[in-house]
Design a protein around this ligand. Sequence first.
Ligand SMILES: [Zn+2]
Length: 330
Amino acid sequence: MVKTWRELEDIQPKVMKMIENSLNKGRISHAYLFEGGRGTGKKDVSFQMAKSLFCTNRDGAKPCSTCSNCRRIESQNHPDVHFISPEGQSIKKEQIQYLQAEFQRTGVESRKKLYIIEHVNKMTPNAANSLLKFLEEPHADTYAILLTEQVHQLLDTIVSRCQVLSFQPLTPQVLVDTLVEHSVSPSTAQLLSHLTNSLEEALQLNEDEWFGLARKLVIKLNETLVTRPEQALFFIQEEWISHFKDKEQYEKGLHLLLLLYRDLVQLQADNEQTIAFIGYREQLKKQALQTTQRKSVQRLEAVLKAKQKLSSNMNPQLLIEELVLELQEG
Ligand SMILES: [Zn+2]
């Protein structure tokens, strides 16, 4: 669903403020480059900006969203607003040439014309050269908005002809809401928002079977340490080591364990709002009552120390065994 101007102000306050100022002062650049991670609102902002440029009933900088221009832009049906995205793997020269031909005719309804190109880094070299020529000879009433997640892949000559607006990574709450919109369960979304601020990475982790099992094993390790601590090393030998193989996987495992102990400390401080493992909250609450906050903090510190040792290249298997011995002592 396309986000409203108001919603976009929450997600990208700086970008929206700049666009609002430019629109209000009538100082619109001929070419914008919106760069930032997936899900940060680049496409939605480009459509809102397009509507503002063409709206016949604008309120300050905000488009009305109901006039004929606004509605036709929203349904990608406006004769003077063109939206281009890769055909297959790339944006081809013909797509840019088609655009140029369209723009050489005078505006069908107004003189103003706008094109939006999504994933602009995926242009073939020929397409990039055509676009560059186009940007070099701006027609008075022609505007471009280029969108990319990979600004470093673009020709410097293209970047230098655009006003670059950088889109910020999503805040944890916006990331949770966006993940839930992508059909991720609320409890998983909450956990993922503690691991990354990239929508792309969060969606990948959500699909990743290895990660799903890693999460279960971390919970199981904690349960073993609570209910049968003498079995914890056995659990590591039998279940953990066959799943966690390299340093990167250990980093993820330790990060999850760290979040779990952090949750425990939060619950002991009566702070339920920010916990990561909400699907495991009731068990953690019981555990929080059975131990002291000081011990939970000690465990948290033990995991942090293990993470540091891992980055200084200690053998991961030795490291997890050493850590478990320390957590056993509680
Ligand atoms: Zn309108």
